[in-house]
Ligand binder design. Structure first.
Ligand code: GN1
Ligand code: MG
Length: 359
C-alpha cells in the first residue's frame, strides 16, 4: 500500500494505514501523522463497480468542496479546514490514483477530533437540521451542469422499481419464491411512492443539488457538539429535496438499527423528527410550499427506496452492498419495510408538525 500512498502530495510522513469501518461501499483507512503536529489523512479505495465514472465523481467532489470553501472564506469563517473536506491531489495533480491493476484510490485530509454518531438526541438533531439546510443553500449556487450524476438514476425511484422487476424476472440465485410476499408488497406501494417522479414529469417539482446520503453518521460534530462538516460527498448530485430530508430521518429518527433483526425495535422517534424538521426549515429557505408539504412523504419515500434497493441486491445475490452474513440484505429489507410502515402510520403527525412550523 506504500506505493499508493507515495503517489499523493502528503505534507508529512504517515504511519501504516489502519482500516476503519465507515459506510458499506468504499474501503477506508486512516493514515496517522508520523510526526508530532503533522497532518493525518483519510485514504479510500473507491468502489469503481459502483462509481464507474471515477473522474466525474472526483471532479464533483472537488467542485463542491472548493465552492463551499470559497463561501466559508468569504463569510469570514474561522477554521475553514475543519468545516469542509479537502481532497489531496496526486504528485501529478490528479484527484485520484489508479493502480496498474485498475483500482482507484483517493486521499482527504483527516479532520481530527471530530465526532460522528450513529444515534443523536433532539438538540443535536435540531443543529443537524440547520446544518443540512444550510449545506443545501450553499449548493444551490452551483451550476448543476457542472456536476455529473456520479451514479446514474441514483435516487430515481421509478428506475429502482424497474430494477426490481428485472431482478425478479432473472431471479439470479433463486431467492424469489421464498420472499414473494416482499415483492408483492413493494410492487403494491410502488406507484404511490413514485409521486415525486410524477410531479417532476408534470413540471411541478424542481431538482436541486442534494447530498443524497444524509445518514446521521455522515455529519461530523466538534467536541462541543456543534455540527462541523458534512462528509461522504460521493453522491452529491441533482435530485429531489426529499432525498436529503428523508434519509436523515430514515437513519436518525429510527429507534432501531437500519438492519435490525428485531422488527419490534423499529419505530419513528417523533422527538427527533420534530427537532430536525425545525432546524431544517429554519435554514432551507429555498423550499417551495409544495416541497414543504411533501416532506413527510420524503421520509416514507426514502425508507421505501432503501427497502427496494436492499431487496434487489438480495435477489441479485448480494453484488452491491457489503454484507456481514448471508441473509444480511434480507434482514435489511425487512427492517426498512417495517420502518416504512411505521412512518406511514406517523405521517399525519409528521404533517401536523411541519404545518405548525409554517404558520
Ligand atoms: C450506502 O456506503 P454508505 O453507507 O455511504 C449507499 C446509500 C445507502 C446506504 C445504506 C453509493 O452508503 O445510498 O443509503 O448505503 N451508497 C451508495 O446504508 O449506494
Ligand atoms: Mg455514502
Amino acid at each position: 500500500m506504500q506505493h499508493i500512498i507515495d503517489q499523493f502530495q502528503l505534507e508529512n510522513p504517515v504511519l501504516l494505514p489502519e482500516a476503519i469501518k465507515v459506510g458499506i461501499i468504499n474501503q477506508s483507512f486512516c493514515l496517522k501523522a508520523a510526526v508530532e503536529g503533522g497532518k493525518s489523512y483519510f485514504l479510500q479505495r473507491i468502489n469503481h463497480n459502483i462509481f464507474q465514472d471515477v473522474e466525474g465523481l472526483q471532479n464533483n467532489i472537488n467542485r463542491v468542496t472548493s465552492h463551499i470553501r470559497q463561501l466559508l472564506t468569504e463569510a469570514g469563517e474561522a477554521d475553514v479546514e475543519r468545516k469542509v473536506l479537502r481532497v489531496v491531489p496526486t504528485k501529478d495533480g490528479k484527484l485520484y490514483y489508479q493502480t496498474p491493476e485498475g483500482d482507484y484510490w483517493r486521499i482527504y485530509v483527516l479532520i481530527e477530533n471530530a465526532l460522528s454518531y450513529e444515534r443523536i438526541d433532539a438538540q443535536s438533531a435540531f443543529l443537524a437540521g440547520q446544518a443540512f439546510g444550510n449545506f443545501q443553500c450553499q449548493l444551490a449556487s452551483i451550476d448543476t451542469d457542472t456536476l455529473v450524476e456520479s451514479i446514474p438514476h441514483f435516487h430515481d425511484l421509478a428506475f429502482r422499481i424497474e430494477q426490481l422487476h428485472e431482478a425478479l424476472d432473472k431471479d439470479a440465485v433463486g431467492r424469489k419464491a421464498a420472499t414473494q410476499d416482499i415483492a408483492d408488497f413493494l410492487l403494491l406501494c410502488a406507484e404511490e411512492m413514485c409521486l415525486a417522479e410524477q410531479l417532476y414529469a408534470e413540471g411541478k417539482l424542481a431538482k436541486r443539488v442534494n447530498h443524497c446520503d444524509t445518514k446521521v453518521n455522515n455529519m461530523l460534530f466538534d467536541q462541543q457538539g456543534n455540527p462541523m462538516c458534512i462528509v461522504d460527498l460521493d453522491t452529491v448530485m441533482p435530485g429531489f429535496v426529499f432525498s436529503d430530508f428523508g434519509d436523515f430521518i430514515r437513519t436518525a429518527a429510527n429507534t432501531g438499527a437500519e438492519d435490525d433483526p428485531n422488527l419490534d425495535n423499529i419505530h419513528v422517534n417523533m422527538e427527533i423528527f420534530q427537532a430536525y424538521a425545525k432546524g431544517y426549515l429554519s435554514t432551507a429557505t429555498f423550499l417551495t410550499p409544495l416541497e414543504i408539504s411533501l416532506l413527510p412523504y420524503g421520509c416514507t419515500r426514502m425508507s421505501f427506496m432503501q427497502a427496494v434497493r436492499f431487496y434487489v441486491d438480495y435477489l441479485n445475490g448480494d453484488t452491491y452492498y457489503q454484507i456481514a452474513y448471508p441473509e444480511h440484505n434480507l434482514v435489511r429489507t425487512k427492517a426498512q419495510i417495517r420502518l416504512f410502515v411505521e412512518q406511514e402510520k406517523a405521517k399525519p403527525q409528521m404533517q401536523q408538525i411541519i404545518d405548525s412550523f409554517m404558520q
